[in-house]
Design a protein around this ligand. Structure first.
Ligand SMILES: *[C@@H]1O[C@H](CO)[C@@H](O)[C@H](O)[C@H]1NC(C)=O
Ligand SMILES: *[C@@H]1O[C@H](CO)[C@@H](O)[C@H](O)[C@H]1NC(C)=O
Length: 480
């Protein structure tokens, strides 16, 4: 490692830490961090005028350009944005996330965090650029657009433009249908690399996947979209199907493409429709090429299209209670740059409206008799066989369509409770639940909640580099 390389690495890390620290303590303006940096690759005034002026260019940004752009934005809008890295790709590129919110550095208690992840397949490049445009749009519209102001005042939006920067590097503009660049640098498909609820995933966990798993275990995301290319459809869980017990099932699952219905199928369909209906043409369900699938209303159940093991959306939902759907936003995986403006116009409304869905349904706090939050209480909506958990602030969110429901709340040491509630269309239902201690008068053991369906174990620790660990500890401080 030569000195120049070391220096660049060092300045990059110092930048990141300073960026996080400045937000946490509010002492140094990010521009001050820049003033001390003499790394030639970050000439802020130059970058600002070129990259983050009123219009971000409609072109593809390589990793370095993207990094400069993200830094420039976080310097220009320090009250609305915060840049952090959740780890590194196989080849050492940062997995950047930009938060856009009126509270970029701190979780707003009682208000949802949401996210988009793009470019998980390195050659599916449109989403990557759309998220860069979304960042700029949200940051500039805050002052002028009352809806965007409301959204950012009440939501923290985390945007990861590229989960696979190494794959993107070798992908080529104009290649619509190849798989060149799809995988990470070790040739793993990252959207087949997550733990799977239905089938054992034997694929070796990759650094990009581990970073995302760690990230979503630290922040309770309420809704999420994973941006892909190669089709025009909003696809929702489940992506995988239960193991086939007999040959007939196996035949059905592999060839007939039967849907795999999630407990929240109605909600997932709704979320997919929000994206599709707000898109310029997705809901028309036009097939990309003659012979490729047509999707009624522009939505599909994942497994009904084709089943897959190790996908990110099933994992988000079943492990972390985050309602993620997969958004296929371009027939051509890596279309020419001059088409990017059109993709942005087609998707802009969808991208925004989908995230606002985090405010639908019921949310609230689970507390003990003294008003202290109950962490990791289990939250179940009767009739929906999926368990969510409260955060350390006792918060929970449950996106639901209008109707009457029963919430079952349980936590160790407390009597389980059932609460009936209703959800209306126009605004979320606030639901505070107080749990009563189940300590027995005779000093016997605490009540234990009935055993819940098996929940796959959390990711093993120790897979992060020391550097990532130190950054993550900062991240958990400000986000936790
Ligand atoms: C940064 O870029 C601006 C505009 O191109 C230029 O005027 C200035 O001299 C540059 N500064 C450094 C330190 O390179
Ligand atoms: C619900 O609980 C939260 C957190 O303790 C509190 O801020 C809020 O005022 C409560 N709302 C109602 C309606 O009780």
């Amino acid at each position: 490692m030569n000195l120049q390389f070391k220096w660049t690495l060092w300045t990059a890390n110092v930048f990141l830490l300073m960026n996080i620290l400045t937000g946490a303590f509010g002492q140094y303006a990010p521009s001050a961090a820049y003033a001390t940096e003499d790394d030639v690759s970050t000439n802020l005034s130059e970058v600002e005028s070129r990259e983050s002026g009123p219009e971000l260019e409609f072109k593809y940004h390589d990793h370095e350009e993207m990094t400069r752009y993200l830094r420039a934005i976080s310097a220009r809008y320090p009250a609305l944005t915060a840049l952090y890295s959740i780890g590194k790709s196989v080849q050492g590129r940062d997995l950047w996330v930009m938060v856009v919110s009126a509270s970029p550095y701190e979780h707003m208690i009682g208000k949802p965090d949401v996210k988009y992840v793009a470019n998980i397949h390195g050659n599916e490049a449109v989403g990557r650029e759309l998220l860069l445009h979304l960042i700029q749009y949200l940051a500039t519209a805050y002052e002028t657009d009352t809806y965007i102001k409301w959204l950012l005042d009440n939501t923290r939006i985390h945007l990861m433009p590229s989960m696979n920067p190494d794959g993107f590097l070798i992908s080529r503009e104009g290649q619509c249908d190849t798989i060149h660049g799809r995988h990470n640098a070790r040739r793993y498909d990252l959207n087949r690399n997550f733990p799977d609820f239905f089938k054992t995933n034997t694929k070796q966990p990759q650094p990009e996947t581990e970073a995302v798993k760690e990230w979503i275990s630290k922040i309770q995301f309420v809704v999420s979209g994973s941006l892909h290319g190669g089709a025009l459809v909003a696809s929702y869980p489940f992506d995988n199907t239960p193991s086939a017990n007999n040959i007939i099932n196996a035949v059905f699952q592999n060839y007939a493409h039967t849907p795999s219905i999630a407990p929240d199928d109605d909600v997932f369909r709704h979320l997919a429709l929000v994206y599709s209906n707000n898109h310029a043409k997705m809901s028309r369900g036009v097939s990309c090429t003659s012979g490729s699938s047509r999707f009624e209303k522009g939505i599909t159940n994942g497994a009904a299209w084709y089943p897959l093991t190790g996908g990110m959306q099933d994992y988000n939902y079943l492990w972390h209670g985050c309602m993620e759907i997969t958004l296929e936003i371009s027939c051509c995986k890596y279309p020419p740059a001059h088409e990017l403006n059109k993709y942005w116009q087609d998707n802009k409304q969808s991208l925004i409206k989908f995230l606002a869905e985090a405010h639908r349904g019921a949310h609230g706090f689970v507390m003990d008799e003294n008003g202290n939050p109950v962490d990791r209480a289990s939250i179940r909506v009767k009739g929906r066989d999926v368990t969510y958990h409260t955060t350390k602030y006792g918060e929970f969110w449950r996106i639901l369509l209008p109707g009457t429901y029963k919430l079952e709340v349980a936590a160790e040491g407390f009597l389980p409770q059932e609460v009936e509630f209703f959800v209306i269309e126009s605004h979320p239902t606030l639901l505070n639940v107080t749990l009563h201690s189940a300590k027995r008068i005779d000093g016997g053991p605490y009540y234990r909640p009935p055993s819940l369906p098996p929940r796959p174990p959390p990711a093993p620790s120790g897979l992060f580099s020391t550097l990532t660990n130190s950054i993550n500890s900062f991240v958990s401080n400000i986000f936790g």
